[in-house]
Every structure is written in C-alpha cells, then in structure tokens.
Design a protein around this ligand. Structure first.
Ligand code: FAD
Length: 613
C-alpha cells in the first residue's frame, strides 16, 4: 500500500481534506493537475459572508486551514450584519488571490505526513467493488486505502461564452474528461450543474473618482480563533451600478445568451444568478449594485461582483462600459459559464463516503455545492473520515444541532440538490446556538478528539473557555445599583441592587458598560459576543436547547443499514423508493427526506418495535 489516503484535487475541498487526513495521522498524498493552482479562487476574491463565514469559523474551530489562510491573505475584513441579531452576523474578507494560494500551499507543504504531487488522475483501480487506487497521467498506479475526490468544476467541464463552447475545467485549465468516464463506470448517480463568473477589469482604466468607496472594519475581525489581530493596511472596494442602458443591452442580446438559447442544460445557482438572469427575473428593477473588488495587493485586476455572465464577449464589452466609472474600462479576462458533472449527494452517507463503494469519499463542488467555504467544510469532513476509515476507526459525523457543517451534510445527503447548494443562515433551525463566535466552544473538542487540534491551540481554547466561565461567574455574582448602571441619582428606587448579569439582560445595556462597572476589561470580541448573547437571549437559548433535545431523540433512533424497506408495512411505494435511495441512518434523517410524511415515520416506528430493534 503506497498511501492511507489519496486526495484528488487541490481546490478548497482537496486542501482541507489532505490536511485533515495527514494531521489526523494518515500517510496522505494530494494529487492535483497543477501544483501552482493549489487553493485557487476560481471566482470572487473573497472568503466568508452570511452563513459562509460561519462555515469558515467552524472549519477553523475543528483545526482546518481556511480561516488561518484567509487571515494571512486578506486585504479587507468586515463583519456583515453587525447591527442585526448575533445569530446572523458573518465575517467576510476580500482576499489577495495570489497570496491565498501561496499561503495555502505553504501550509500544506509544512504538514507532516502529506505529499503533494502534480498529476491528473485518469481512472480508478478496482477489484469488484473494492477500490485499490488510481492511475495517473504519469502512467503510474498509486495504491491507497481510501480516496477523497474533490474535482470541483473540472469533471467534463464545458465553458460557454456566447455561442462558443469548449472543454475546460475553468478558464485556462484543462477539464478532467477521462475521470468523468471512470466515475460513470462506477454507476454513480450523476448530474450536470452550471455556474458562472464575470469578466475581470483593468483597474487602471476605471475612473475611481466617480465611485463610492467601501472600507473594511477597524479593527479587522479575523476568521481564525488563533489570530489575535490583523494590522496590515486594508484596501477599499468601490460601488457602481447597472442602469437602464445596461439592461437594454442585455435584453436585446438575450437570444445570444447560452442560458436562454438552450445551449446550457445544467442548472445554475438561483441565489447567485448571472446578470442576464437578474435582468429577466427582476424586470421591475432598472439598476443593480455592482461591487468592484480588488483581486490583490500587487495587481490592478478588478472583480466586478454582480455581473457574472456568459453573454458573448462583444456584449460583455458594451455592458461593462455602460456603467458609471467604467466608460473606458478594459476587460482583461472574459466572463463565462461552466457546466460540469456532479454526483447526487444522496449516494453518500453522513461521513461523505459513497455508500456502495467502501473507501471512496466525495467533497466540494462534485457534491452539488457551490462556494469555497462549502467546499472546504465538506473537504474537512471527508478528509477526517477517509483517514479514520483507513485506520479502522468509526466515522465522525456532525448533526444539525452541532454546526452549519452538520446542516449542510444533512441537507445534501437527505434531500439531494436541484441547483448548486449554497449555505445561508436560514438553513439552520438552531441558529441562535450555532453562531460564528462560539464555533470553537461547539467544535474544538471534536477537533481535538480526531487529532486536528495541537497542544498550542488546545491550550488557547482552554484559556478562552476559562476566561468565559470566570467572567460569567463574576457578572452573576457582582451586584450593581440602578444609580450605577443608569446614572439616575434622583430616582428613589436607584439604590436597589441586582446582579450585573441581570442588568446585561436588558436590551439597551451594553456589555462594555457592565464590564467597566464590575472592574473588568476584556479585549476578546468573541468573549463579548458569547456573553452578550448568553445574557440577552437566555430565554430563547433555553427554548432552542429544548428543541435540540427533542431533535436528538429522533437522531438517536438508529435505522439498521440492512433494513428491508419492502417489509415495512404501511409505506407508500414513493416513500419506499425514497428511503431506499437515501438509506437514512436515523429516524430523524428519514423525517427530513422530502416526501416522507409523519404517517411513514409512524410506520417505521411500528416496524422497529415489532421487529425488536
Ligand atoms: P475546485 O476549487 O474547482 O478545485 C478542483 C481541483 O481539482 C482543481 O485543483 C483541479 O485541478 C483538480 N482536479 C480536477 N480533476 C482532477 C483530476 N482528474 N486529477 C487531479 N486533479 C484534478 N462559487 C461561489 O461561491 N460563487 C460563485 O459565484 C462562483 N462562481 C464560479 C464560477 C466559475 C466559472 C467557477 C469555475 C467556479 C465558481 N464558483 C463560485 C465555485 C467555486 O470556485 C467552487 O465552489 C470551489 O472552488 C469548489 O471547490 P472544490 O475544491 O470543490 O473545487
């Protein structure tokens, strides 16, 4: 055996998978078509955002790479939704793309047990349904115990630019054609999805003086629990808008858009539509905001966020030049759409292993998701489990009450996808408990258990946890009067004292004030957030915890893997088909399969009881 774990692909899923497998003790190799594109951001130069920022914090809390790399390569950092509820605040940062790749590659090269190698995987070596390894374009066979496939948009990738179509994994990179055929031979249920990207602009040809700048937050909010602060100077983004002329140009050329001419058959992300899609779907609007985002510190390349398009290149020139500040702009890379093969994620279990092919794991865009953060999170789960499987250990899975990672894995494996899946805070039912600020409290102990949290991080975690407990305790035991807190000396009730914690529960009372009054000063923004939420949302948190307890009752009723659905009386044919396809591992998961009714759940309960299981 050459390796315990072999990871195919050096994108966001592949990097996390390889790192997690190697760090947790498996001899690992990462094979990718081009070592120079490890950690390449195929589309926008940003990490995080609403829901996505939660994923990055969770990956970091488990010992993954994305948060640390983003902190090292970021050029502008913000906390989105700062004024809204704590559950929906999300960190986001603009990246220097080249620096991101450099940092990611260095982190991987610094990981013990991990070998990086440039090479394209062409096919699998199988013995019946047993996976033995892969064949590469070097003409070599590499034997391994488990494989994590993270091929992104590369499987039979087909680029569209107007009526032009050509095979490509992303612009400038070859598609992975042979492996796509190899996967089909394994009889995996496969589909086609699409995504798109805007043209890139030369910043020297933009009239910045007419555009509104948008700055990052000071101090910069980091992603990683290991980053104390980020002192590098931040770069601004700028804002322009589409207008009636832009929309006229798009409408007049819709017949040349592959999306509307029937040339593209794959389904694209509804929540990240192309500009032609937006103009058609939101026809009442005559303007859309476009953010001009720098692609790095040492380049003038600009990413115009909001005009992803596959219109022909002549239309792209006209549409960008119709916008304010861009009248003289030069396009330096065209926009395009790409269609690619994906595998129906219902073929996977919650460890992200292909149910019918032991030792094969899938992660990232191949599972029907879109986005760097979604890919990284899935890569981490697959890497951990491929490593555990190859060492004969039980899988580690994440349920919906533990993390956004758990929500995503459950959604994908229970419901499948009918468009590229993207994370939103609204997908999580327990979101008050699944906040970005407490990701470490929820997940770092699991990271430690699987071998991804080293002593240094573990010690930092313990210190933070102890500080949190001590501060909470101090607030609960310190008494403050109305005079002190509200500064109302003439109020006769002003001498009445109650705990600092109880004062903090009032909406208008800020934690800074309370901490000052009890003689404490803390600088850690996560501690602030944790304590404020705990105090102010005490009632809601209790309610949510009770809901989680109810939810977990269903999760703990496990369904045997060999359950014979034909023998379960009272199920409709449709329900049987669905249960067979998904093969849920618990009653809770069965309930979340679309079309599985309470009556079907009762039938399964009765069956389990009568068969003594
Ligand atoms: P990728 O980052 O695509 O990495 C795949 C890796 O696998 C590459 O390194 C490739 O070289 C390697 N590989 C493939 N086949 C083989 C093989 N046979 N052997 C060896 N190596 C192989 N996301 C968003 O969130 N919003 C967007 O608007 C958006 N738009 C996009 C537009 C375009 C045109 C593209 C291409 C992607 C877009 N994405 C967008 C998606 C985002 O890039 C992906 O979700 C993310 O990169 C997926 O990560 P991944 O690791 O699954 O795959």
């Amino acid at each position: 055996m050459d390796y315990d774990v072999l990871v195919v692909g050096g994108g966001h899923a592949g990097c996390e998978a390889a790192h997690a497998a190697a760090r947790s003790g498996s001899k690992t190799i990462l094979l990718t078509q081009n070592l120079d594109t490890i950690g390449q951001m195929s589309c926008n130069p940003a990490i995080g955002g609403l829901g996505k920022g939660h994923l990055v914090r969770e990956v970091d809390a488990l010992g993954g790479l994305m948060g640390r790399v983003a902190d090292a390569a970021g050029i502008q950092f913000r906390m989105l939704n700062r004024r809204k509820g704590p559950a929906v605040r999300g960190p986001r940062a603009q990246m220097d793309k080249i620096e991101y790749r450099r940092q990611m590659r260095w982190m991987l090269e610094s990981t013990p047990n991990l070998q990086l190698r440039q090479g394209e995987v062409l096919d699998f070596i199988m013995d019946g349904d047993r996976l033995l390894g892969v064949i590469t374009d070097w003409g070599e066979e590499i034997r391994c115990r488990s494989i994590v496939l993270t091929t992104g948009t590369f499987l039979a990738g087909l680029v569209h630019m107007g009526s032009r179509m050509f095979s490509s994994g992303r612009l400038g990179d070859a598609a992975s054609e042979q492996l796509s055929r190899g996967l089909r031979r394994l009889n995996l249920p496969m589909g086609r999805l699409k995504t798109g990207t805007p043209p890139r602009l030369d910043g020297r040809t933009i009239d910045w003086s007419r555009l509104l700048p948008q700055y990052g937050d000071t101090p910069a909010p980091p992603f990683s629990f290991l980053t104390d602060r980020i002192d590098r100077p931040q770069m601004p983004c700028h804002v322009t808008h589409t207008n009636t002329e832009t929309h006229r140009l798009i409408r007049e050329n819709l017949h040349r858009a592959p999306l509307y001419s029937g040339q593209i058959t794959g389904i694209g992300p509804r929540y990240c539509p192309s500009i032609e899609d937006k103009v058609v779907r939101f026809s009442e609007r005559d303007s859309h905001q476009i953010f001009l985002e720098p692609e790095g510190r040492h380049t003038h390349e600009i990413y115009p966020n909001g005009i992803s398009t596959s219109l022909p290149v002549d239309v792209q020139w006209a549409l960008v030049r119709s916008m304010e500040g861009l009248e003289q702009v030069q396009i330096i890379r065209p926009g395009y759409a790409i269609e690619y093969d994906m595998v129906d994620p219902r073929a996977l279990n919650q460890a992200l292993a292909v149910k019918d092919i032991p030792g094969l794991y899938l992660a990232g865009q191949i599972n029907g998701t879109t986005g760097y953060e979604e890919a990284a999170a899935l890569g981490l789960v697959a890497g951990i489990n491929a490593s555990r499987w190859s060492r004969g250990l039980d899988a580690i899975t994440f349920d919906r009450s533990s993390s956004y990672i758990g929500v995503m894995v459950d959604d994908l494996t229970s419901k499948g996808v009918d468009e590229p899946y993207r994370m939103f805070t609204s997908r999580a039912e327990f979101r008050l408990l699944l906040r970005a600020d407490n990701a470490d409290l929820r997940l770092t102990p699991i990271g430690r258990e699987v071998g991804l949290i080293d002593d240094e991080r573990w010690e930092r975690f313990q210190i933070r946890k102890n500080k949190l407990d001590a501060t909470r305790n101090k607030l609960q035991t310190s008494l403050l009067s109305q005079h002190e807190v509200l500064n109302l000396p003439s109020d006769p009730r002003g001498t009445e004292r109650k705990s600092a914690w109880d004062w903090l529960r009032r909406e208008e009372i800020e934690i800074n004030l309370i901490l000052r009054l009890v003689g404490m000063g803390i600088e850690d923004a996560d501690l602030f957030a944790d304590l404020e939420v705990e105090a102010k949302y005490q009632g809601y948190l209790k309610k949510q915890q009770a809901e989680i307890n109810r939810f977990q009752t269903g999760e703990h009723i496990l369904l045997p893997a060999d359950i014979h659905w034909e023998s379960v009386a009272g199920l409709t044919t449709e329900a049987r088909e669905k249960l067979k396809r998904v093969a849920p591992n618990s009653l809770g998961q069965a309930y979340r399969i679309p079309g599985i009714t309470p009556a079907a759940i009762t039938a399964i309960r009765v069956f389990l009881k009568s068969s003594g299981r």
